[in-house]
Design a protein around this ligand. Sequence first.
Ligand SMILES: Nc1nc2c(c(=O)[nH]1)N[C@H]1C(S)=C(S)[C@@H](COP(=O)(O)O)O[C@H]1N2
Ligand SMILES: [Mo]
Length: 319
Amino acid sequence: MSLYNYPIPPSSELTSESTFLDRRKFLAGTTGLALAGFAGTAEAKGQAKLRELNFEKSPMSVPMAEATSFKDITQYNNFYEFGTSKTDPARHAGKLTTVPWSVKVDGLVNNPGQVDFEDLLTKFTLEERVYRFRCVEAWSMVVPWVGIPLASLLKKFDIQGNAKYVAFETLVRPSEMIGQRARGSGIKWPYVEGLRMDEAMHPLSILAVGIYGKTMMNQNGAPVRLVVPWKYGFKSIKSIVRIRLTEKQPSSTWNILIPREYGFYSNVNPKRDHPRWSQASERVIGSGLFARRIKTQMFNGYADQVADLYKGMDLQKFY
Ligand SMILES: Nc1nc2c(c(=O)[nH]1)N[C@H]1C(S)=C(S)[C@@H](COP(=O)(O)O)O[C@H]1N2
Ligand SMILES: [Mo]
């Protein structure tokens, strides 16, 4: 079945020469610390070679100068499919085969089907968006993602009127995902996540396909992962293989595991503490031995863009 019953722009229209040249300039300007990590980690065992991406810059970004180094972004991770410690993903995720890859889109859509990873790269406009990224454990990074707005993908499948939520699923492949063979985490695979329809369609929600201008390392969720910058990190589900439109609120991995600690919304909120720790401040990853702590902002600093989505909701109750 063909998903693409709409005209596909030739790739020359997706990235004009001037944005490409711009990007070269940008890369030249950041070759110092930030890109230094490429050499050491890009060729991790089994990891597919990172590919240069053609993208446009998004005005929704925070300043690139704040970006966390490639090294920190790729060596301090959460990806329970590869183990429960922060260093496990960098060590074990190289095993995962990410080629070929496709994402199935089904549920309440008139045009169910699947989209190949290659089509995500060539048939959609890729944008670089430097986003704040905040984990529920009170540490944060700033990541120069390359991605496509989630809405632009979902629209291709012709969403039915009764669809109210979007459910996401990660790959299950225990032969390549060591954490899916171990008991440790207690997680029931696949890792699942969900968004309300208006959250999913919000322009800040992206499907990321790269970091620092290239495809991403497996430990970051290659080849395609969600990024929802105003929510805690666990909503940003990695290595997605299925997206399902639903009428009922979908379940989410951490809510299933510990419902008292992790709710469905998971909006960054300094005024609502996690039962076991404060969420009022965050440790800036990469800030050195005497880790810098900064005050956490409501909605991770994106309140101007997203506060309206939750107007009238009790955010202590809907955490
Ligand atoms: N499939 C899957 N997605 C996942 C996770 C996971 O364990 N499995 N961990 C989440 C958590 S808790 C965080 S903080 C972010 C971490 O993303 P990063 O390692 O790219 O910084 O990924 C999220 N997405
Ligand atoms: Mo997290």
